[in-house]
Design a protein around this ligand. Sequence first.
Ligand code: GTP
Ligand code: SPV
Ligand code: MN
Length: 604
Amino acid sequence: MTSVATPGLENAPTTHARLLAWVREMAELTTPDQVVWVDGTDEEWERLTQKLVDAGTFTRLEKKPNSFWCASDPSDVARVEDRTFICSVDEADAGPTNNWMAPDEMKSVMTELYRGSMRGRTMYVIPFCMGPVEAENPMFGVELTDSEYVVVSMRVMARIGSRILEAMGTDRPFVPAMHSLGAPLEPGQEDVPWPCSQTKYIVHFPEERAIWSYGSGYGGNALLGKKCYSLRIASAMARDEGWLAEHMLILKLTSPQQKTYYVAAAFPSACGKTNLAMLEPTIPGWRVETLGDDIAWMRFGEDGRLYALNPEYGLFGVAPGTGWDTNPNAMRTIDQGNSVFTNVALTDDGDVWWEGMTDEPPAHLTSWKKQDWTPDSDEPSSHPNSRFCTPITQCPILAPEYEDPKGVPISAILFGGRRKTTIPLVTEARDWNHGVFMGATLSSETTAAATGAVGVVRRDPFAMLPFIGYNAADYFGHWVETGKMHDATKLPRIFYVNWFRRDEDGGFLWPGFGENSRVLKWVIERLEGTAAAEETAVGHVPTPDSLDVSGLDMSEDQVRKALAVDKDEWRQEVPQITEWFEKFGDKLPSTMWDELEILKSRLA
Ligand code: GTP
Ligand code: SPV
Ligand code: MN
């Protein structure tokens, strides 16, 4: 088919042959009105945010500089795990936890969806780099999208634009990340504020290292550098190359003796990573600095230690529950502006509000559904998965090491989930394999970060259930092998935490947030060999005296309940873990069955 030249397709600002050929192919398939190469400048940001304001997608905030309120289509508010696919050549490589379709079949389905899908819109070419572009092997990607919201959000979340395109040269490898809203415009058709399609596909080709996304504008479905590249595709790269791509925050902890430690922690979506990463300790003398709040890429250094790097450039954080008393550093970060707020409420004086920001809600708001809202309204003003999108460089406690391509040496890894019962406040693994078992059996109540039921306990191994880009049993094996291949004395020590245990009245047993510094203190004292622990059936838990609860408004009984290992509760976990492991058949590393046997015998 011949067509008149698409503006922007000729005279591209690069001679990268593979990139040019791919952009041309996708433009010919999706037939946008024009192709625009994203340069990442302030002028471009001005132009695109104004375009979004004019389209009714964005409302400029009076009270925060260069910031915008945005309400999505009510059907497009979270990751869609049932529409997410790992299209490996062999179905067994996707494993029992991922949706799968043969790559050829998926490509023919999606090619028909993409045909003409950008009609009446602009195709933006976003060159991006996950992690510093100064790295030895910069991790390039290029996202094609017909969404201005995606361009603007990608500018916050990743390093993008001309400087990245330049660094890609003529032939550097990159991950092609194709995105379309699936909402073409016919001539004269008026656009809606949040175009999207009822048909959604979030698709990964791990062997090809390619991403195809269709139908959604929501963060994790559309900002393809984040979950799609940095976790699903990167986890497959990491398996092949001997490193780890994980759903983890990274923080720096300084003790009163001025010793510094780096800690990584994997909690499922909406289970406390951003909050822990920015924590303001309540115990004197301790200091936390932030390196990352969602994703850690970890590689072994020449010294045998595991170094973690945050590949992102921004924070895409859960808004509800974020307030001056829970996460003041997040509040300070967004207060500087340059942020996009999606599906929160708008105040009458042009600011944002959400449940948990302040104790007293404003008397009147515009809800995320663009309806009048008062404290008497039946529904919350903000969607439970509403988000702030803000530059990480605005975080007042960002650690300077953040920009170091080499990363930071990790001393401890925490796994954690949201469990009302059973899981103690903190448990230390006996050794690496026991820690891998903790990761592989991690369980949590589902949250609003993905569509579907909320509050249902499920296994979420390593907080990576929706993000492992290959067979989860092979992924467990990769962790076991990682332990075998490296000096055990230099490996991070592994802990399992649960901030969400409840008492009989349904209230949280542990105050959480800044008080979690007490748990971090115990972790560090374990590393230093100064804190006592009790050996239980499930690992080492603090003795009543070794956890610093001084000045905390908590009864001895409450502390005991938060730390308790109840053998009866744990015995109920065993059949669930057995069932979980059986899913994986022969692929499950035998060490996982060995660890389960150890647990069973200790519970007997
Ligand atoms: P994703 O961005 O989805 O990966 O989430 P996340 O793991 O970064 O979770 P985040 O820190 O945004 O917290 C999610 C929700 O849990 C928010 O509503 C927080 O207020 C709440 N939360 C975080 N930490 C704690 C805690 O220590 N105790 C309690 N009770 N709630 C917490
Ligand atoms: C998560 O769901 O774990 C998030 C938000 O961090 S999203 O980018 O949508 O995946
Ligand atoms: Mn996350």
